[in-house]
Design a protein. Structure first.
Length: 448
């Protein structure tokens, strides 16, 4: 069965399940304050976990925060605390207990035996959401790889089924157990996925090189999940990307052409959103997607001004940018959702950033100023040259208009004299047409 057939079958089954209105799992959330972590940080993280759990399809019905000097090796929380949660799971008919902290496979197994229900951690919830929302072939492969790497150390037989060697002709004597066989198949599948993704990364790198050769600047939209990246992309480019008031609606990168006032063009790439403590295996799995950010000429970092902790979101995004090697890319802070946020919060965020613009991606307010900021950024990194293009070289004339900004144009007897503002790395491309020595970046133009 082809990948396209599998995708259609999955969508059909998903629609069928939705029609049945299967009752949602009842989830109990557990947060743990360790050492010097502040109570506010734990509460904010637990509130985000509730949103993640809801997005994954379970209903958070209750929560509890425990204090621990350090994680317990066997249960993560203390025995008394675990017994308290076990009582709650039985009394409230809980289906799954969700920990905001990462659990080891042993801790997860011990807690499941004690609670007599499923136990998952924050990483498992995020992986589940990614599995639901990945639509492209690359996205599906990346999610499957992350899931298998997560599940492999947690694979463990239960009773006779996975612990005994198989019976029957040709299977007696020394051989591997069912558990060993399962682990071997998972490792083989991981190797196969890594090869497939490596081939896709090479294809993506070729496409990125083509965009670089086309000399069109690339802007990457980054931000906390649900910060409004897709909404802004739709507002500026008419991309028509799906937007919902939910976490991780967009996983697969979307690239659209943005035409600025004056005719210059840029490519705008929407990327996966970030969260606090984004699992490292997800960063690894989505490396090819995140390379769109690392290779960008400019990053627009969207911040949800209507969030309870926008500064915390900024810090979380910057940590991921540093992890993927994109922290040195020029960045403009875009304070979003000003239609709903407190004006004092907007002013605080604008004042804290060296370069920032306030917008409402939903209503379009502030987008004109954002476009002006992008133009100033382009001008600050441009050189102004004077060229004479013969009438027979219409290809060069078109390339100048497409690559740079034509400031003036005069027709002469031998060709067209132009003054053009170009990116510095494109100046040499038109050296055969120089009528004056090329200049550096325009004086009097301040960076955005």
């Amino acid at each position: 069965m082809t990948y396209q057939h599998l995708g259609r079958e999955r969508r059909r089954l998903t629609a069928t399940v939705a029609d049945l209105e299967v009752p949602r799992q009842r989830a109990f959330l557990v947060g743990v304050r360790l050492g010097r972590n502040s109570s506010l940080e734990v509460e904010q993280s637990l509130e985000e976990l509730a949103l993640l759990t809801d997005t994954a399809g379970s209903e958070p019905v209750d929560r509890e925060v425990f204090n621990r000097p350090a994680p317990d090796p066997g249960l993560f929380i203390g025995k008394g605390q675990a017994a308290s949660v076990a009582d709650i799971t039985k009394a409230e008919d809980i289906d799954v207990v969700v920990f905001d902290n990462a659990l080891t496979p042993a801790q997860q197994r011990n807690l499941q035996g004690l609670f007599e229900c499923d136990v998952v951690d924050r990483e498992a919830v995020i992986l589940d959401i990614f599995a639901q929302h990945a639509t492209s072939r690359e996205g599906a492969l990346q999610v499957e790889l992350a899931l298998l790497r997560y599940r492999l150390p947690r694979l463990r037989g239960t009773g006779e089924e996975l612990s005994q060697q198989a019976g029957g002709i040709g299977t007696r004597g020394p051989g591997e157990t069912r558990l060993e066989s399962d682990r071997r198949r998972i490792r083989q599948r991981i190797t196969s996925l890594e090869k497939d993704l490596s081939a896709l990364r090479r294809q993506n790198q070729t496409r990125r090189q083509s965009r670089v050769q086309a000399a069109v600047p690339i802007i990457a939209l980054v931000g906390y999940t649900n910060a409004g990246k897709s909404t802004l992309l739709n507002q500026l480019t008419g991309a028509g990307v799906l937007t919902e008031d939910r976490l991780f609606t967009t996983l697969d990168p979307t690239i659209r052409r943005l035409r600025l006032p004056g005719g210059r063009e840029m490519l705008m790439a929407d990327t996966v959103g970030f969260v606090r403590r984004l699992p490292h295996r997800l960063v690894e799995a989505f490396q090819s997607t995140l390379e769109e950010v690392r290779d960008a000429d400019l990053i627009l970092h969207l911040v949800n001004a209507d969030d309870t902790d926008p500064e915390g979101q900024i810090t979380a995004v910057r940590e991921v940018l540093a992890e993927i090697g994109a922290d040195s890319v020029p960045t403009i802070i875009v304070v979003n959702k000003i239609d709903a946020a407190s004006p004092s919060v907007v002013r605080r965020l604008l004042g804290a950033a060296e370069t920032a613009v306030a917008v409402s991606a939903l209503t379009g307010e502030g987008t004109e100023k954002l476009m002006e900021t992008l133009i100033r950024w382009l001008n600050a990194r441009s050189s102004t040259i004077s060229v004479r293009v013969p009438y027979a070289r219409g290809d060069a004339l078109a390339a100048l208009h497409r690559t740079g900004e034509v400031l003036s144009s005069n027709e002469g007897p031998d060709g067209i004299d132009l003054v053009v503002r170009l990116p510095p790395d494109q100046v040499s491309r038109f050296s055969a047409f120089f009528s004056k020595e090329p200049g550096g970046p325009e004086s009097g133009t301040d960076p955005p």
